[in-house]
Design a protein around this ligand. Structure first.
Ligand code: MRU
Length: 352
């Protein structure tokens, strides 16, 4: 019999994936469209290139989109002209509509640009972008700690899409909680859903979990109900792209269905997201703009057709889970439980 050696779990502070690297005059990012087959970097030298990389899904995940936009604004500041930064802002803002972290980062960077001398723009904007990135990393670590504490020892968990290192500055939101949970004996096994149509779960989350030494078994999205019914699933843990003021949660298409399944099977449903994902200016989830992407991403897989030529299709990239289906929202400022508008305000606004 062959003896298999179990991979040792990677400590949270060790970053095995250098997926976003700021070089001062350019931003290098791993092209996530090629993972897990190939690790190749794309260099962005202008804000426009950062915006293009974001729209094209070279980089993705709400907090990472925010970090990249902050660096994009720093690139726009390199010629010491405020007008370049002001012009770059709407270009970046249009890159993707749903993840509010993008808008949050741009508002902050624009304010930084406008306060201080034009001659010092490059240093000021670069420092602000680096700080934005480091703050996100610190948030991830704090959420991981707060979230892991909610789990029962030995939990078997389902996660969805990719809310890991690749979607953030560091260890991730949902995946950060899972990794911290595993290190603390709270998580024993992870089931990432493959996440049609873009397959973030199979291509990215499973890849990350395997590199981090976390035991994981891939499931297709339509296996989640069966697994909940027949095996013991103790929690569902996901990230978010925007949380409305009433605590409704927008996340990758399919999250809503998973939340209904969790409710039916009496399984806790946790959302892990930094305060930069909370949008108090949007009263409820039905007001969140839902991105619709090319139907080619639905009718083809890696360029190979999987539907008849000329097929009609929908490609809604996100859906909204009503807050009633959410057990807790874990932010770096505290755990919102039960997940409602009042508790969200108390946790996020009062801690500002
Ligand atoms: O379209 P994507 O891949 O950018 O969508 C990402 C998600 O929906 C993630 O679950 C979300 O951004 C949380 S990331 C920490």
């Amino acid at each position: 019999m062959t003896k298999t050696t179990k991979k040792k779990a990677v400590p949270l502070q060790e970053d095995p994936i250098r997926h976003i690297v700021w070089k001062g005059d350019r931003l290098d990012v791993i092209d996530q469209r090629l993972l897990p087959r190939q690790v190749r970097y794309v260099s962005c030298r202008t804000a426009k290139e950062v915006a293009q990389a974001t729209s094209d899904m070279v980089l993705r995940g709400a907090p990472l989109i925010g970090c990249a936009a902050a660096y994009g604004m720093a690139l726009a500041a390199r010629r010491c002209r405020l007008k370049d930064v002001v012009a770059a802002e709407p270009v970046l803002r249009r890159a993707r509509p749903t993840a509010v972290n993008l808008m949050h980062a741009l508002d902050l960077m624009l304010a930084v640009a406008k306060t201080g001398p034009e001659a010092a723009l490059p240093e000021r904007m670069s420092a602000a972008a680096v700080k934005y990135f480091q703050d996100d990393l610190a948030s991830n670590l704090r959420m991981a700690e707060l979230g892991a504490a909610l789990l029962e020892p030995g939990s078997r968990v389902i996660t969805y899409c990719n809310a890991g290192a690749l979607a953030t500055a560091g260890i991730g939101t949902a995946v950060g909680m899972i990794r911290a949970g595993y290190l603390a004996g709270k998580v024993s096994h992870v089931y990432p859903c493959e996440t049609r149509p873009y397959l973030q779960g199979s291509r990215l989350t499973l890849w990350e979990l395997m590199q981090a030494g976390i035991p994981a078994t891939l499931i297709t999205d339509n296996m989640a109900a069966h697994l909940m019914k027949t095996r013991k699933i103790d929690a569902v843990i996901v990230g978010s792209d925007r949380i409305a003021a009433n605590a409704d949660v927008c996340n990758k298409i399919g999250t809503y269905g998973l939340a209904i399944l969790a409710k039916h099977h009496d399984i806790p449903f946790y959302v892990v997201a930094p305060s930069t994902t909370v949008d108090f200016s949007t009263p409820s989830g039905d007001r969140i703009p839902i991105e619709e992407r090319s139907i080619l991403e639905v009718v083809e897989v890696f360029g190979a057709p999987i539907a008849p030529k000329g097929a009609k299709a929908h490609h809604f990239a996100f859906d909204v889970t009503p807050h009633e289906l959410v057990t807790s929202i874990v932010t770096e400022k505290g755990v919102v439980s039960p997940a409602d508008g009042e508790n969200l305000r108390k946790a996020v606004k009062s801690a500002c």
